[in-house]
Design a protein around this ligand. Structure first.
Ligand SMILES: Nc1ncnc2c1ncn2[C@@H]1O[C@H](COP(=O)(O)OP(=O)(O)OP(=O)(O)O)[C@@H](O)[C@H]1O
Length: 583
């Protein structure tokens, strides 16, 4: 397909406000794309490379302005381009206002006419364009992306200049937008999916599945056209090509249990998402980020983990967590110091090390597992990881999940109290809290669906008086913990719950210093406290309950802060609790 035809169709789509009409235009575009259907499907979305491919053109706006200026003629500078852009606001409009091909005109005058890069020649001078094909554009942009090292800037500008020099105004408009990732003609992923289904008469859900496993709109379009539904259904995950990550919504324990009866519960690790692709056949281990960027070189620990522990091709989904010397998790900011690092990785590793924890398995034993329920996928994950532990040939089933390195534990429960204690353990171990997952759910790449919920952040907080506490145990024996919370009821205070979660050791030490002077009585580990200190606490829900003297109980209370500015007399009252419960 000529690039001029593509630009012309892109212009029609750009001017079309109605979504359905846009789908119809993209359908026609794909139907007419011939051999270049893969490229056209990508270009329409403003992509030069498939979605799974993290290659970038690696060309900044200023290099693009330079190329435009050169193609526009000797009397135009990059500054002029930038100034026009400031006036017009959009690079496509700027490029479309120049008359390209001036360099060829100049060449013709001096007897040259073309240059040997093929860039300035042909029939496309003086802004007429017309001979450039989408394939030439794609190939030139691939060469441009591949240019690296010294001289690469000039090479990139030369290649781009060559393309602009052969463009008409409309071609230049869409070339500039494509190069700067500003295509924006209203063609999203859903549009291309619907257009493929309509153009080649295949069901949308089958196109959707093929897109999920391949992350390649171009290939799916071609296979839908050439091989129909059977071809689409035969598409599989490829070890080495990233899959979009399944995402979570915020949600409460109560909602999760109501919907699923039994919830899968996991710790929510405070790190960065990683997808591990391991294939001993080609000796390749690749690690991808949540955005499908290749981060392998930045995370040698993950590669070593795979080399030491895995045996057959797998795709695992998990989180990489920064750890201190004892293996305890460090805050998220520490992972960031490692995650996309390109230089001095060994040095950075000395400062902060990371470890992977996997919670899902998308492919193992030659089988794609996306359609399997979470529990099956987790069992497969366990068996992939247990092999490494089980070198002695002992009974793999008897090995405790906790002893399997790299395995995130999955509890299945319908008991809110058990979930509360898993949440408390997660926080105590220095993690972010919990994830709730529907045990029956399949893996939906790229979806922020309702089958994965991260426990909702507390929206409301309460200011409660601390009226009691317990001495801790073991390492925490010298700290007060598990604080009893009360609210005002007229002149009195009535209990409403206990908070033990959300508090670091450092904070516990501070709270002990603050509360110890207010101890009125002690029995065993329990202490009564004179009402003096006010805590701000978050919670998930207020329930009517006989457990506490107020008649209410806070579900999942979490410590937020001490309120030194508040006296017990300014703490929240039972009336506020009643009002909040009614909301
Ligand atoms: N056990 C787990 N299961 C799934 N995701 C987990 C788990 N532990 C940690 N995570 C992280 O939590 C994220 C899930 O939340 P969400 O899908 O909303 O991603 P997010 O937008 O990056 O949110 P957040 O900033 O809360 O991590 C995952 O992307 C993953 O990085």
């Amino acid at each position: 397909m000529k690039f001029a035809t593509f630009a012309d169709r892109a212009g029609t789509i750009d001017a079309e406000p109605a979504d359905l009409e846009i789908v119809a235009h993209v359908r026609e575009l794909l139907a007419d794309a011939g051999d270049e259907i893969e490229i056209v499907a990508r270009f329409a979305q403003g992509r030069v490379f498939p979605a799974w491919d993290s290659t970038t053109l690696d060309i900044g706006p200023s290099a693009c302005y330079e190329a435009i200026a050169r193609a526009a003629g000797t009397n135009v500078s990059s500054n002029d381009v930038e100034e026009r852009l400031a006036e017009v606001g959009e690079i496509g409009d700027v490029a479309a206002r120049y008359d390209f091909g001036g360099q060829q005109g100049l060449g013709a005058f001096t007897g040259g006419g073309t240059d040997d890069s093929g860039a300035g020649g042909g029939t496309g001078g003086n802004g007429t364009g017309g001979d450039l094909t989408v394939r030439e554009v794609a190939e030139t942009l691939a060469d441009l992306a591949a240019a690296e090292g010294s001289g690469s800037h000039d090479r990139k500008v030369d290649l781009l200049f060559g393309l602009f020099n052969r463009c008409s105004s409309e071609e230049a408009r869409y070339l500039a937008r494509l190069v700067l990732s500003e295509m924006r003609i209203g063609v999203g992923e859903g549009t291309v999916r619907d257009a493929i289904a309509a153009a080649f008469d295949v069901p949308k859900e089958r196109v959707e599945r093929a897109l999920q496993v391949s992350n390649d709109y171009g290939r799916v379009a071609r296979i839908a056209r050439d091989e129909g539904v059977d071809g689409l259904d035969a598409m599989e995950l490829d070890v080495g090509r990233p899959v979009q990550a399944m995402l979570a919504q915020a949600g409460t324990v109560t909602d999760a249990l109501e919907e699923w009866e039994t919830a899968g519960v996991e710790w929510k690790y405070d790190g960065a998402r990683v997808q591990l692709h391991y294939d001993p056949g080609d000796g390749e281990t690749r690690v991808f980020s949540r955005n499908m960027e290749d981060v392998t070189d930045a995370l040698p620990e993950v590669v070593e983990f795979a080399d030491e522990r895995l045996e057959s091709p797998v795709i695992l989904d998990g989180e990489v967590v920064a750890i201190d010397e004892d293996g305890s998790p460090l805050p998220f900011q520490e992972v960031l110091k490692r995650f996309r690092r390109k230089h001095d990785v060994a040095k950075a590793r000395e400062d902060v090390s990371v470890r992977p924890v996997f919670f899902d398995c998308l492919h193992a034993g030659g089988e794609d597992l996306l359609e399997e329920p979470l529990t099956t996928r987790h069992d497969r994950l366990r068996s992939v990881l247990v092999d490494a532990v089980d070198e002695t040939g002992s009974d793999a089933a008897a090995i405790d999940d906790e002893d399997i390195e790299g395995l995130s534990l999955l509890w299945r429960t319908d008991d809110p109290d058990e979930i509360e204690s898993i949440d408390a353990d997660a926080l105590e171990a220095g993690h972010e809290g919990i994830m709730l997952k529907n045990p029956e759910s399949t893996y939906s790449p790229g979806r922020r669906g309702k089958h994965w919920r991260k426990r909702k952040p507390d929206v409301e907080t309460l200011d409660c008086v601390v009226t009691g506490a317990e001495w801790g145990e073991g390492r925490r024996a010298t700290f007060l913990g598990t604080f009893e919370l009360s609210v005002r009821a007229g002149e009195d205070l009535e209990t409403v719950g206990k908070v033990a979660t959300g508090i670091t050791d450092e904070k516990l030490e501070e709270l002990t210093d603050l509360l110890e002077p207010h101890i009125e009585a002690e029995e065993g580990q329990e202490v009564d406290l004179e009402p003096a200190v006010v805590f701000e606490v978050g919670y998930e829900e207020i329930q009517s309950s006989p457990t506490y003297s107020s008649g209410y109980a806070l579900r999942f209370p979490r410590f937020q802060a001490v309120r030194p500015d508040k006296e017990p007399a300014n703490a929240d009252s039972i009336e506020r609790l009643e009002r909040l419960q009614g909301q």
